[in-house]
Design a protein around this ligand. Structure first.
Ligand SMILES: O=C(O)CCC(=O)C(=O)O
Ligand SMILES: [Fe+2]
Length: 264
C-alpha cells in the first residue's frame, strides 16, 4: 500500500531489481528510475584481500557526532562542514599520499570505477575547487554497527563548494572484507529526500522512520569484490553486521554541464 502523499514523493522506480552497469542503467540511476546497480566481480577476492591487508595496521578514525560508530581512513567534506574549507584542502595532500601508497601496493579501485564510467560514455574527473585544487576521493570505511536512516546530498550539507552545484548524487562502494553471515545489507527506499523532510531529522544525519512509512524498498546483500552504486538522495540505511564490513567508497555527483565528479 502506498499513501497518496508518499506516491508524490516516490522516486518512481521502473523496476525494483538490481541492474548491471551500462550507459542506459547509469542514466536511469541518475534519474532515480532504478534502485541500484551491482558491478559483479568488479575486483577479485585476491585484490580485495591485498587492499584490505594494506589497511590492517592503519588507524581508522571514527566520525564525530555519528552514532552508531562509523570508522574510516581518509577525509570527508562532511566532517569539515563545521571546520573550514581551507582546513579540508590542507589535508588533501596527506590523505591522497596515504591512499596512493595503499592502492600502489594492491590495486586502484578508484581508477577502475572511473574507467568503467568512461566506457559508458561519461565524462568523469575528481572534483576540484577554484583556488584550492583537487578534492580527496576514496575512503576505506568500516560500517559494522549499521547506520541510521539517512540521505547524502552535498548541496544540502555544504555551500560554496563545487560539489554543491551537483544536481544528483550517487555513491559507489566496493566491499573488501565481510564476515560470513549474510548480514550488513544496504536498504534503499523508493523515496527521495525533499526539503520538508528536515522536520524529521533526528541528529547530525539520521531521519525518523516517518519519512519511509508505506514506501517500497530494496535490500542489497554485499559480497566481496562487488560494487554497489545507488542514488544517495533516496533514503537508505545499512543493517548492523555483527562482524567485519570494510569497503572502499566515494561520492559521485552529476554537474549541470553533464560532467561527473568524484569526491569523499
Ligand atoms: O556501505 C554501504 O553499503 C552504503 C553506505 C552508505 O550509506 C552510502 O554509501 O551512502
Ligand atoms: Fe549513505
Amino acid at each position: 500500500m502506498t499513501t497518496a502523499s508518499n506516491q508524490i514523493k516516490s522516486t518512481g522506480w521502473d523496476k525494483k531489481q538490481e541492474f548491471p552497469l551500462t550507459a542506459e542503467s547509469l542514466k536511469m540511476l541518475l534519474e532515480q528510475r532504478i534502485p541500484l546497480i551491482r558491478l559483479k566481480d568488479f575486483a577479485s577476492a585476491q585484490e580485495c584481500e591485498m587492499l584490505y591487508a594494506q589497511t590492517e595496521l592503519l588507524n581508522f578514525n571514527a566520525y564525530q557526532d555519528v552514532s552508531p560508530k562509523i570508522e574510516k581512513v581518509g577525509i570527508t567534506v562532511f566532517e569539515y562542514n563545521s571546520i573550514s574549507k581551507a582546513d579540508y584542502f590542507k589535508e588533501v595532500e596527506r590523505a591522497t599520499k596515504l591512499r596512493d601508497s595503499i592502492t600502489t601496493a594492491s590495486f586502484n579501485p578508484l581508477e577502475r570505477i572511473m574507467a568503467k564510467f568512461r566506457e559508458c560514455g561519461a565524462k568523469v574527473r575528481i572534483a576540484s575547487e577554484p583556488f584550492y585544487g583537487s578534492y580527496y576521493a576514496g575512503l576505506i570505511r568500516k560500517i559494522e554497527h549499521g547506520t541510521q536512516l539517512h540521505i547524502d546530498f552535498a548541496p544540502l550539507e555544504q555551500s560554496e563548494w563545487e560539489i554543491c552545484t551537483i544536481t544528483t548524487q550517487l555513491s559507489w562502494t566496493l566491499y573488501l572484507k565481510l564476515s560470513d553471515n549474510n548480514r550488513g545489507k544496504t536498504c534503499i527506499y523508493d523515496r527521495r529526500w525533499q526539503r520538508s523532510d528536515e522536520q524529521y531529522k533526528l541528529d547530525s544525519y539520521g531521519y525518523s522512520d516517518t519519512v519511509i512509512a508505506d514506501v517500497d524498498t530494496i535490500s542489497f546483500q554485499p559480497y566481496v569484490g562487488d560494487v554497489l552504486l545507488f542514488n544517495t538522495s533516496n533514503f537508505h540505511y545499512v543493517e548492523p553486521m555483527n562482524g567485519q564490513r570494510v569497503a572502499f567508497t566515494s561520492m559521485i555527483g552529476l554537474l549541470p554541464n553533464g560532467e561527473i565528479i568524484f569526491w569523499s
